[in-house]
Design a protein around this ligand. Structure first.
Ligand code: MN
Length: 233
């Protein structure tokens, strides 16, 4: 049996509708998993069943996490939150960790994982961490736009076998104070945490970049998805 990996659904405010970018599911399928888009729910009972049923969890990109969850008032530059996703992910992440199941976070996913474990975010990089590094690139998104340094001795480095690599980048928020149980696994040239990992879990890892836009041709993106799916087996 292929490992079943739950995807947090995306939410379209205008259409008041769930949706999914095909890249997340296709990248997981290419790496040997059965991707399963989850219902958007904050029911404790349903989330317990979901956490028991799936072999791994993909925290997808999307809305800014509400700053209330890291004890801050929103800046004007902070995006509109998605309360249903915030509630679901904040409840589901601890349930997955209790069962030592694997988690891969992407973009919002690294931010949500950090907040769920007690860290904080930059609400807007332009205001709070201005730099010349282009973190919010223009399309097409399947190309590298800035470098990251992959930190020695991390799981990420052992997965990718690289000390530095180019990544795409489409974010205006980022990890600020790292959660106590996470460690940084990659840094951008302006010192932002661009990847994190849980040092003692088998695979609880998240990246600020978007491997789901590059998995078709980019070896590091493929290695990351494959390592995640293998850990879910
Ligand atoms: Mn970036």
């Amino acid at each position: 049996m292929k490992p079943a990996i739950g995807l947090i659904p995306l939410w379209d405010d205008e259409k008041q509708s769930l949706w999914m970018l095909p890249g997340y599911a296709d990248a997981l399928a290419q790496a040997g998993a059965l991707p399963v888009t989850l219902p958007l729910t904050s029911s404790e009972e349903d989330l317990r069943q979901i956490a028991t049923s799936i072999d791994g969890l993909l925290l997808t990109g999307g809305h800014d996490v509400s700053p209330r969850y890291y004890g801050e008032a929103p800046l004007p530059q902070c995006g509109t939150p998605c309360p249903a996703r915030d509630q679901m992910e904040l409840a589901l992440i601890p349930l997955m960790l209790q069962q030592h199941k694997s988690i891969l976070g992407i973009c919002r996913g690294i931010q949500m994982l950090n907040v769920a474990l007690g860290g904080t975010l930059y609400q807007d990089l332009n205001v709070q961490h201005p730099s010349a590094v282009p973190h919010r690139m223009q399309p097409p998104y399947d190309r590298a736009i800035h470098q990251v340094r992959i930190l020695p001795g991390t799981k990420l480095q052992s997965i990718l076998g690289l000390t530095e690599m180019g990544v795409n980048s489409y974010h205006h928020q980022a990890v600020h104070q790292l959660a106590p149980s996470l460690q940084a696994s990659a840094l951008s040239p302006d010192g932002l945490v661009e990847a994190v990992e849980h040092p003692t879990e088998r695979f609880v890892l998240a990246v600020q970049w978007h491997p789901e836009f590059r998995y078709k041709t980019d070896a590091p993106s493929q290695l990351l998805f494959r390592a995640f799916v293998t850990a879910c087996q």
